[in-house]
Write a protein that binds this ligand. Structure first.
Ligand code: DX5
Ligand code: ZN
Length: 219
């Protein structure tokens, strides 16, 4: 079954607890938490104390997407704050530092993940794959919710899927940005396992039906 990770960037922050508690009954699989530093991306969202607070009330595993510069500096703190999956961006530091960040995440018993921006090619993930339990392919430029889906990223998903299969790994492939039922179908056909949805989930008249429709894209 395809997994669904609603991005709380589109939640009502005044009612964050209510919106997060509702994700379990809606059938979601993960809670996608977007952390932005105003450096790696031109926006600032939430940080460590909010992740800690979300962890206390979340019915679901926390899928934390770090859009921050030089994440090695912070990965231990995000793990301790309660991340279940912790994703860093390939473009945010050197290969050496990124590998070290992924090792530290794993050493803390957290699922390590790497993400690629739209301009970064599929083969950039190769040095990291063995350390990762998930690869996140961006289908918008990171920084904001509600942008249009970039369908030209589908070959990248397929190529990363091929690497994972060829190497006999069990990494999940997650897609983030502009995902709704129609674009989610394209992602799943290309090889995605996990769909992040921010605005499409939070604007859905019936979030449970929306999640069920994404789950059904692949049984
Ligand atoms: C964008 C974030 C996304 C965002 C997705 O930088 O990484 O997770 O919340 O929002 P939608 O689904 O509205 O594109
Ligand atoms: Zn995200």
């Amino acid at each position: 079954m395809v997994k669904v990770s609603p991005s709380i960037l589109s939640a009502d922050f005044v009612n964050l607890e209510r919106d997060i508690r509702a994700l379990g009954p809606a059938g979601a699989d993960y809670v996608h938490v977007d952390v932005m530093d105003g450096q790696f991306v031109p926006n600032i969202s939430i940080g460590i104390p909010v992740v800690e607070a979300i962890h206390r009330i979340s019915p679901l595993p926390l899928d934390v997407h770090l859009m921050i510069d030089r994440p090695l500096r912070y990965v231990e703190r995000f793990c301790k704050a309660g991340a279940d999956i912790l994703t860093i961006h390939i473009e945010a530091d050197t290969q050496e530092n990124n590998l070290e960040a992924l090792r530290r995440i794993r050493d803390l018993g957290v699922r390590a993940a790497i993400s690629v921006k739209p301009a970064t090619p599929a083969e950039a993930v190769l040095p990291y794959l063995e350390l990762c339990s998930l690869v996140l392919v961006m289908t918008v430029e990171p920084g904001f919710g509600g942008q249009s889906f970039m369908a030209d990223m589908m070959p990248k998903i397929t190529e990363i899927r091929r690497y994972v299969t060829e190497k006999g790994l069990s990494c999940e492939i997650e897609v983030d940005g502009g995902v709704n039922e129609a674009t989610g179908r394209t992602c799943v056909e290309a090889g995605a396992d996990v769909l992040v949805a921010g605005s499409a989930y939070f604007k859905a008249p019936d979030p449970a039906a929306f999640v069920a429709a994404l789950h059904a894209l692949r049984k």
